[in-house]
Design a protein around this ligand. Structure first.
Ligand code: IVH
Length: 675
């Protein structure tokens, strides 16, 4: 089967893999890249192209094989020989001192015990198994013995090596490592913004986001989530021997695994308390969430002598931080209407200080969450704050109930405009069905003028409210019909500010088309989807006329997005908006990204046959971006003919005309690799 693979090709593939693996480690594990992203991408693309040409070259541990599996129906169960235990907690200094005392008592005759202190990451625990250096299984903790097989998902996490580094020194026959998969706070916030823009359910905190992303049945979803990992321990090991926790961690780091940072060696309770204080003070500045520190006895022989209790080892303890939680009264549940018309229940609370910040409102997420947690109006509730994430109601304190508490019912009419509330089957979110809901309109306008959309300076919450309330703006299209008199007539708006707004509107007319499309606020169309749509259709007219099938054919656009886009353009109200925008002089087509004097200025490219390392559209983009042109048929004016796989008559014609014919490799060298 397959073509026989020349020795030189095998060597080249092995070499590329080694390089990609090396740079992957520098970038994702050490956070210290040696080459630019473009150079790294080039190596990866070269490897992909080679593997495409010789499919027999592909091995499961090749760095090209991270994503790509089909969705699973369910996770399999993994049973482990060495259970993943949990940790006992110390909630305060007294409990910490008690634990240190117990450790000393458990080690009679030992006067000096070294402790290792590490941050306690707030994510989702995982075990990775490496057999002969290759990642074979990844599993969640589950009940400790039985976990879920999440190998396909773990493979998509870039900081998880698919193969261990084997120099210096050979890798162990078997290496089970344990750690925490987490989502950095910045990535979490970005993800939530993306989900919100797309009208999807957001995550309450980075931990839920990490756990939820790790447990996706479709690995492609996991791959799109900004997950990271730190390893903090080992399970079974064959073919290596570690005498202390630190020795083990140094060993893991040598094998290319990402181990805990910011650890400290402690010799006394005072050392531990100081470390705890320092980390707690630093907590809000770390790029990830931690909820305490973990203290471990360093020497393995001492760890063994101390043994385990029923579910936790005696050699380690979680020394928690002050909870950023408090109990208070849930006074009422109100409903807020968001930009997409989503009704979000918001808790009005008796004000309470949570870790130093006063909280009087908190999110309840959605109706399902309220039902699931059985939260009732009048309940005493636990409120939690995490980093700069919105405070949330965690749970009711049920044994404080008096019987006077009331269940919350979602109103069946929008509290703002009175339109019926709908809840599409299978969705957790209830929405206002009125297309002219004032609240929705205000959200739409603010989104439209937002920094990453039309970027209309001065169009803040206050002005939007005035425009809506005065009836001057019934949709975003009305903005471009505003006159100086109308604006100046608004309360607390002078001639000068009115002119500033008009200037800002004027400037926004020239925004590139992808931002215009994003600004329209079509459900499921975030910035990147908007870019894809514009890349595929080039003008608003063409996008508006595209059928659902045509939309779904765009790479990166799925059926849900396609339907949503189609629906948006079908609505008469939205067609009206488009008309107003057109009349208002807003950019409706994407001028080809021509660059005067670009590297390829004056050159016309014609493509024949498929390319292995990029799509035809990507290749065209590259040419256009550098000032070149793309033609569809070969003529004597054609500068270059790019010959991919399975070429046809165009190539023959090019040869006859004596044109310059480029291989894919030559083309890529000329224009740079795909994105
Ligand atoms: S050591 C015997 N070290 O906290 C358990 N755990 O119950 C050994 N965690 O499920 C755990 N950061 O997922 C350890 N630096 C750290 C940790 C850590 C977070 C998690 C772990 C475990 C939970 C404690």
């Amino acid at each position: 089967m397959g073509k026989s693979i020349p020795e030189s090709v095998r060597d080249r593939a092995a070499d590329l893999r080694r390089q990609v693996r090396y740079h992957n480690h520098r970038y994702y594990v050490l956070d210290d890249p040696e080459v630019s992203d473009a150079e790294y991408d080039r190596l990866l693309r070269d490897l992909e192209a080679l593997e495409k040409q010789y499919p027999d070259l592909v091995t499961p541990d090749s760095p090209t094989q991270r994503v790509g599996a089909e969705p699973l129906d369910a996770f399999e169960t993994v049973t482990r020989a060495m259970p993943m235990l949990s940790l006992e907690n110390a909630m305060d200094e007294g409990e910490l001192r008690d634990w240190v005392g117990r450790v000393h008592k458990g080690l009679p005759g030992v006067s000096d015990v070294e402790f290792i202190a590490e941050p306690k990451l707030d994510g989702s625990s995982i075990e990775l198994v490496y057999a002969d250096g290759v990642l074979s299984t990844a599993s969640t903790r589950g009940d400790g013995i039985r976990g879920e097989n999440v190998t396909l998902n773990a493979r998509t996490i870039k900081a998880v090596p698919l193969r261990l580094l084997d120099s210096p020194g050979p890798v162990p026959r078997l290496l089970e490592v344990r750690g925490e998969v987490f989502m950095p706070v910045a990535g979490f916030q970005k993800l939530n913004r993306r989900l919100e823009e797309a009208g999807e359910k957001t995550f309450a905190n980075p931990r839920n986001a990490a756990a939820g992303s790790l447990r996706q049945l479709d690995p492609r979803v996991t791959a799109s989530r900004p997950l990271d990992i730190f390893l903090y321990g080992i399970g079974r090991v064959e073919g290596a021997d570690f005498r202390s926790h630190r020795e083990a961690m140094d060993g893991l780091a040598r094998f290319g695994l990402k181990t805990m940072e910011r650890w400290a060696s402690c010799r006394s309770e005072e050392d531990i308390l100081r470390y705890h204080r320092e980390m707690e003070a630093e907590r809000d500045r770390l790029p990830y969430e931690i909820d305490g520190v973990v203290i471990k006895v360093n020497r393995m022989d001492y760890q063994e002598r101390l043994g385990v209790r029923s579910r936790s080892p005696r050699h380690a303890i979680a020394f928690k931080f002050k909870p950023r939680q408090a109990v208070t009264r849930l006074l009422d549940i109100e409903v807020q209407v968001g930009r997409t018309g989503a009704l979000t229940p918001v808790a009005r609370l008796e004000p309470v200080s949570v870790g130093g910040v006063e909280v009087s409102n908190a999110t309840l997420h959605n109706l399902d969450e309220i039902d699931r947690k059985d939260i009732r109006i009048g309940d005493a509730v636990v409120v939690q704050r995490a980093g700069d994430v919105i405070p949330e109601v965690v749970a009711p304190v049920k044994d404080r109930r008096t019987g006077k508490e009331r269940k919350f019912v979602m109103p069946d009419r929008c509290p703002v405009c009175g339109s019926p509330v709908v809840r599409p089957e299978g969705e957790a979110v209830a929405r206002c069905s009125g297309s002219e809901c004032v609240q929705k309109l205000m959200g739409d306008l603010q989104h439209f003028g937002g920094k990453r959309a039309m970027d209309i300076d001065g169009l803040g919450e206050k002005l939007v409210e005035q425009l809506v309330q005065s009836g001057l703006a019934r949709d975003p299209g009305d903005l471009y019909g505003l006159t100086r008199e109308q604006l100046a007539g608004l309360e607390r708006m002078g001639e000068k500010s009115a002119q500033n707004i008009l200037d800002a509107l004027e400037a926004s007319r020239a925004r590139p088309l992808d931002r215009v499309v994003f600004a329209l606020g079509v459900r499921h169309v975030g910035e990147s989807v908007a870019g894809l749509l514009v890349g595929a259709f080039g003008s608003l007219e063409r996008l508006a006329a595209a059928t659902e099938t045509e939309l779904a054919e765009v790479e990166g656009v799925g059926p849900i997005v396609a339907r949503s886009v189609r629906e948006w353009f079908t609505k008469p109200r939205n067609q009206g908006i488009l008309e107003k925008l057109r009349r208002g002089g807003v950019q409706f087509s994407q001028p080809p990204k021509k660059r005067e004097g670009g590297k390829l200025a004056g050159k016309t490219f014609v493509f024949t046959g498929g390319l292995a390392s990029m799509t035809r559209d990507e290749a065209k983009d590259r040419v256009l971006a550098q000032g070149g042109k793309v033609g569809s048929s070969v003529s004597s004016n054609t500068g270059y003919v790019v010959a991919g796989e399975s070429t046809g008559s165009k190539l023959a014609k090019a040869e006859k005309l004596g044109l310059t014919i480029l291989t894919e490799e030559e083309f890529v060298r000329m224009v740079g690799p795909g994105k």
